[in-house]
Design a protein around this ligand. Structure first.
Ligand code: MN
Length: 232
């Protein structure tokens, strides 16, 4: 058997302190996982179970490369998030064993076409075009999980040097083990899966020319420029 055309390379993410890279299989995301962000979006944090959605694996942008402003939006929002990188998986994973599946952690941005998301929410339609567009998932190198506590540490994001998001991972409504356990009741998780775990309060719009920097204590940092679509 041979392919009718040469397939694209598997998307991958650098691993901090290593020459090897992490091959991305799927990208899952959790919506509304910090109480303050849920409240700023007009919801009640404890009312509903986590909302899961996904992005295509080739939405990743690595090595602090510039991100092109997407088409079809006038309201592009950043969302700084802890990203979990799985080294193994399974189905119906027990929360008590869930951290055994984690290879490492990164800081990522869940870019969102907020205008399209608001329209989708209002009409009860899917979020795909609001969330799963090209270059919608920039992330840092992956830090191996050893010695990293995914339930504590500052998470922050700045735009042009001004801090816009500043919170602690301990503010998460659903913990990383709970997220893995719940996600694994819906999908068989595998090595190579990334999970964006939700964003704290402080989301807002960015425009071409803005410089975005974000980090999580003990995990890493990311810094890149948002550029006009026809700029490269
Ligand atoms: Mn998000």
């Amino acid at each position: 058997m041979s392919y009718i055309f040469q397939p694209e390379a598997i998307p991958s993410v650098p691993i901090a302190g290593s020459d090897q890279v992490f091959p991305v299989r799927r990208i899952y995301c959790v919506g509304q996982n910090y109480g303050d962000h849920v409240r700023e979006m007009g919801g009640d944090p404890k009312q509903n179970p986590p909302v899961f959605f996904s992005k295509p694996a080739n939405a990743v942008v690595t090595n602090n490369q510039a991100v092109r402003y997407p088409s079809a939006t006038d309201n592009l929002h950043y969302e700084a998030e802890l990203v979990v990188a799985l080294g193994s998986g399974g189905g119906n994973i027990d929360a008590a064993q869930a951290l055994d599946c984690v290879f490492g952690y990164a800081i990522g941005i869940d870019f969102t076409r907020r205008d399209l998301q608001a329209a989708a929410k209002q009409s009860g339609k899917p979020w795909d075009a609001a969330k799963g567009f090209d270059e919608s998932a920039p992330l840092s190198a992956i830090a191996p999980a050893d010695h990293i506590d995914p339930q504590s540490g500052r998470i922050w994001l700045s735009v042009n040097g001004e801090v816009r998001q500043d919170a602690d991972l301990s503010d998460m409504i659903w913990s990383v083990p709970e997220i893995i356990a719940q996600l694994s009741t819906l999908y068989t998780l595998k090595a190579g899966d990334l999970i964006f775990t939700g964003t704290p309060a402080g989301v807002s719009a960015v425009i071409p020319g803005d410089r975005i920097k974000a980090g999580i204590a003990d995990v890493g940092e990311i810094e890149f420029e948002l550029i006009a679509a026809d700029n490269s």
